[in-house]
Design a protein. Structure first.
Length: 371
């Protein structure tokens, strides 16, 4: 099998620079950065390594082909030309999902069925069979049609990579693990950092900080779709897991300090940290923001409450004022706060040194950076 494979990783808007650095570090080549995604070249080891090690990628896709199509015939022929037999065995399931935007081919169900039909025709001719049971491994086909340009992918991850496996439970407004990891990188967390989160919720920011500081691959404890494919050797996944385990830095002096006003959030954070294997590095207590004192030479990283109803918004604004009083007044202290509130700085009482636009789910936020 030709070793050079074109891959693509989607990410949160605003985290492209973080992802670019991570992909380069794991050995990805010929990177092409666009909004919310990076494509690059690698071999089968890189497919496994990217799934196990990338902290801000949403998933790892194999990019099969890109072509222009304004008619169903062009779509059909384009898909039929792909060497699908390289990845899809005769018993494998190959469902199709995707989206179309600003294109002549705008009906997603129609595009789905044309793509499926083209795959079936291609594989029929290769395997000499007329019916596919689809009882084997799942090879998920994904498509995007943007301004008449069709891109066809295979999804190697399965469940999104934000599902690390440590957070079976979460509180009502959790931050996504991949977004948290990106913020940790922007905050320059190091192996000897002290990181504080006075609104720790289910512990995501502290846990992602700990994983990064100790060089623990975020998805080391979970499985991926492509592990069941016959087209990628099972040895490769074993090799890459061993590589990730060897890379862990247990000498790191990282410490995480978390508070939450809610007792159940404290228990949840400790439980999740235990599952992630870093509970011994965290100190979590039930406390109000008023009691918080930021240690010298520490980094505050938090996702404070912001509320959706007027009363909650007023309460959130009072919390921002309180944060302004207790954050970042000592030596070597920095703060990284994500908030959708347009006037956060006014209530906090200081303008950020730097800001970055990020999306928390569908909510447009800013990361306010004080250092």
């Amino acid at each position: 099998m030709n070793n050079s494979i074109r891959l693509c990783c989607p990410c949160h808007f605003g985290l492209e620079s973080v992802l670019k650095y991570e992909i380069t570090k794991i050995g990805g080549k010929d990177l092409k950065v666009s909004d919310g995604r990076i494509s690059f070249t690698g071999d089968e080891n890189i497919i496994a390594r990217a799934n196990i090690c990338l902290s801000v990628a949403e998933r790892v896709l194999i990019e099969l082909i890109e072509f222009k199509a304004t008619s169903f015939e062009e779509l059909f022929q384009g898909v039929k030309s792909i060497e699908l037999e390289r990845y899809i065995g005769k018993n494998d399931a190959f469902p199709v999902k995707g989206y179309a935007l600003d294109s002549a081919l705008h009906s997603v169900p129609d595009c789905q069925s044309i793509i499926k039909k083209a795959c079936v025709e291609r594989l029929k001719s290769k395997y000499g069979i007329s019916w596919f049971e689809e009882t084997g491994a799942t090879v998920q086909i994904r498509f995007s049609i943007l301004k008449d340009v069709v891109t066809i992918f295979l999804d190697t991850s399965g469940v999104g990579l934000h599902k690390r496996g440590y957070r079976k439970n979460s509180n009502s407004a959790p931050i996504k693990e991949t977004l948290a990891a990106g913020i940790i990188d922007l905050a320059r967390v190091r192996p000897d950092s002290v990181v504080c989160d006075p609104f720790c919720g289910s512990g995501t920011l502290l846990i992602e900080a700990g994983l990064k500081a100790l060089k623990i691959a975020p998805c080391i404890n979970r499985r991926f779709s492509a592990e069941k494919w016959d087209s990628i050797s099972h040895e490769i996944w074993k090799e890459e897991r061993t590589r990730a385990i060897d890379n862990v830095d247990r000498t790191a002096r990282f410490q995480g300090i978390g508070f939450d006003i809610d007792d159940s959030a404290v228990a949840l954070t400790l439980d999740n940290a235990h599952k992630a294997g870093i509970k011994s590095r965290l100190k979590i207590e039930q406390a109000d923001i008023k009691k918080f004192r930021q240690p010298d030479d520490s980094i505050v990283i938090c996702n404070p409450p912001y509320g959706e109803r007027l009363l909650e918004i007023r309460e959130a604004e009072d919390i921002y004022k309180q944060m302004g009083r207790v954050f970042g007044n000592g030596s070597g202290q920095s703060c990284y706060i994500i908030s959708p509130h347009e006037e956060f700085e006014k209530f906090f009482g200081r303008n950020a040194n730097k800001r970055r636009k990020l999306y928390n789910g569908m909510i447009k936020c800013q990361l306010f950076m004080y250092f």
